[in-house]
Design a protein around this ligand. Structure first.
Ligand SMILES: Nc1ncnc2c1ncn2[C@@H]1O[C@H](COP(=O)(O)OP(=O)(O)O)[C@@H](O)[C@H]1O
Ligand SMILES: [Mg+2]
Length: 279
């Protein structure tokens, strides 16, 4: 049953990805179906190597070159897997943006925050430098970077890890995307700043109506933030449901094992994490 995805969101249907050919092909994604609707945070959990990052990368058309991809990734009435490279390049960054674990990976060390935030926007829209800088200032304010005007003149090394992740998020939303893929956005950060970044993602989702795919191996983070949680294992989604249902009454034994392994001291920074009913 294939239904159109909610406006602005993603509809992933039977997504497969293998690397290599014939007998030796390694099946990395084994038929993933997942809706990522607008105004919701869809959590994608699962242990390391289960295929979470590859799912996000494939949505962006950034899968390894030798990979074979099948299925449908519906966005705005189109199948992203059938788009010509040029169209996909335009969508990427403009309509579908990504935030990574390490904010330095998406920021250039030698360029001021002002030029990094505005370069792409100016190329894409033909905005004047002044207009683009004003937009950048507003977006930095939106992601709660202190002194946004001053921040535009700074360089990445002048920010702490948490502030830099806010800048990277600002960079991701500069062109007003409708989908944001956040891959382990707090994993590399100090525990004390993790909760703030997660709250920010929630606010952006609610205020801008973003469809957020939140990828994390951390079910504690998920339980505090996601509206629905999908659990991946070995390239398959073994469970997907409302976060409360998944955390308190998981249907899949693997999900239960993950929940049982959750720390109970809030050390994930997910301060509202429920403890489930494992005791
Ligand atoms: N460039 C690549 N070439 C071949 N295999 C890869 C590549 N990147 C990841 N993989 C494999 O794909 C599987 C899923 O990886 P990944 O999506 O990064 O997992 P996760 O994000 O859930 O930790 C793993 O088995 C990993 O070894
Ligand atoms: Mg990963």
């Amino acid at each position: 049953m294939s239904q159109p995805s909610a406006s602005g969101g993603l509809g992933i249907r039977d997504l497969t990805l293998s690397i290599g050919r014939g007998e030796k092909a390694k099946r990395i994604l084994r038929g993933i179906s997942l809706d990522v609707p607008a105004g919701r945070i869809t959590g994608l959990a699962g242990e390391s190597g289960s295929g979470k990052t590859m799912t996000g990368m494939t949505v962006l058309g950034l899968q390894p070159e030798q990979a074979t991809v099948g299925g449908v990734i519906e966005f705005d009435g189109r199948n992203l897997l059938e788009l010509p490279t040029k169209k996909l390049n335009t969508l990427r960054g403009n309509d579908i943006a990504m935030v990574f674990q390490d904010p330095t990976s998406s920021l250039h060390p030698m360029l001021s925050i002002g030029s990094q935030l505005t370069d792409h926007l100016r190329q894409h829209t033909g905005m004047s430098k002044r207009e683009a800088l004003e937009r950048a200032r507003v977006v930095l304010e939106q992601v709660k970077v202190p002194d946004p005007a001053g921040a535009l003149k700074k360089y990445p090394h002048q920010f702490s890890g948490g502030q830099l992740q806010r800048v990277a998020i600002a960079s991701a939303i500069m062109c007003s995307p409708s989908v944001l893929i956040a891959d382990e956005p707090t994993t590399a950060l100090d525990v004390t700043v993790q909760a703030g970044i997660l709250r920010l993602l929630r606010e952006l989702c609610d205020d801008l109506g973003l469809a957020i795919l939140l990828v994390t191996h951390d079910l504690g983070v998920m339980s505090a933030l996601a509206d629905t949680i999908a659990v991946m294992r070995e390239g398959e989604i073994v469970e997907h449901g409302d976060r409360f249902q998944v955390i308190t009454a998981p249907r899949d034994p693997y999900t239960r094992a993950l929940i049982d392994a959750l720390p109970r001291d809030g050390s994930t920074g997910a301060e509202q994490a429920t403890t489930g009913d494992a005791s």
